[in-house]
Write a protein that binds this ligand. Sequence first.
Ligand SMILES: NC(=O)C1=CN([C@@H]2O[C@H](COP(=O)(O)OP(=O)(O)OC[C@H]3O[C@@H](n4cnc5c(N)ncnc54)[C@H](O)[C@@H]3O)[C@@H](O)[C@H]2O)C=CC1
Ligand SMILES: O=C(O)[C@@H]1CCC=N1
Length: 272
Amino acid sequence: MSMAASLPAILLVGCGKMGGAMLEGWLEQGVSQAVVVEPHAEAVAPFAGRGAVCASVDAIPAGFAPAVVVLATKPQQAEAALPGCARFARAGALFVSVMAGKTVAGMTGLLGGSALVVRAMPNTPAAVRQGFTAAFAGPGVTEAQRALADTLLSAVGEVAWLEEEALIDPVTAVSGGGPAYVFLLAEVLEKAAIEQGLPPALARRMARRTVSGSGALLAASPLDAAQLRINVTSPKGTTERALNVLMAPEAWPRLMSEAIAAATARSRELAG
Ligand SMILES: NC(=O)C1=CN([C@@H]2O[C@H](COP(=O)(O)OP(=O)(O)OC[C@H]3O[C@@H](n4cnc5c(N)ncnc54)[C@H](O)[C@@H]3O)[C@@H](O)[C@H]2O)C=CC1
Ligand SMILES: O=C(O)[C@@H]1CCC=N1
């Protein structure tokens, strides 16, 4: 039997880049009941005919009783989106928020004061069930509800549980935004390849496959990333010359530290 049977009935509020990525993963798992609230028709176009879509919370069929409500609007849209979901809190649904910067206390307040909330930070590789999510269970969330959230989040990738809510800020910076840094690597590698005379179409293919193939090797190998890097780097060879540039103290090591610190600070700012 597939894991599909164990996925609970889901209400997804906000089906943009992140909500849509998770929904893609859940649909692939054969989730039996998923209702989506999404005001922008364009955002849900890829899901036409694959699940029930409502333009607002008020349009949700009266009989639908979700076990889990996933909150995936922009943090700035939460004040408009959450109060309409309070009735699901009263009916005992568990809330799983993926919004950056929205604290459990803030969300419980917007949901009428007694909602049980798991705060999670996923990433977009969830769309191909290769995501990474770190999650924090707010006060009152039972072991069974935590297991329910774990089932849902595990359906789209790996899950880690945090014992401290504040850790979600650096998690947001590292794994939440991390795919963007990796895609940037593919972009700049492609550009550099073109600069060295490679035809654009070939440069694009090489850059994409080099990044995705390296990711696959990293996923499959028991070796540390550092050892996999050393395995490419012949003494006095070509890679060594490139790494002398990239690994200079003021280059990638410092830039990445600065970038992650900046994103962590922004996550704290969003929490207000
Ligand atoms: N994009 C990413 O890689 C990640 C995003 N997140 C979080 O996920 C959340 C969504 O981000 P994105 O998907 O990137 O943004 P997005 O803008 O693509 O998606 C938000 C969606 O919510 C919809 N929406 C707005 N008001 C609504 C309402 N009242 N009811 C229902 N839906 C409503 C919008 O139409 C939009 O489609 C954010 O809070 C972000 O912090 C978390 C991890 C990674
Ligand atoms: O950029 C953001 O704010 C969200 C959170 C992590 C990824 N995207």
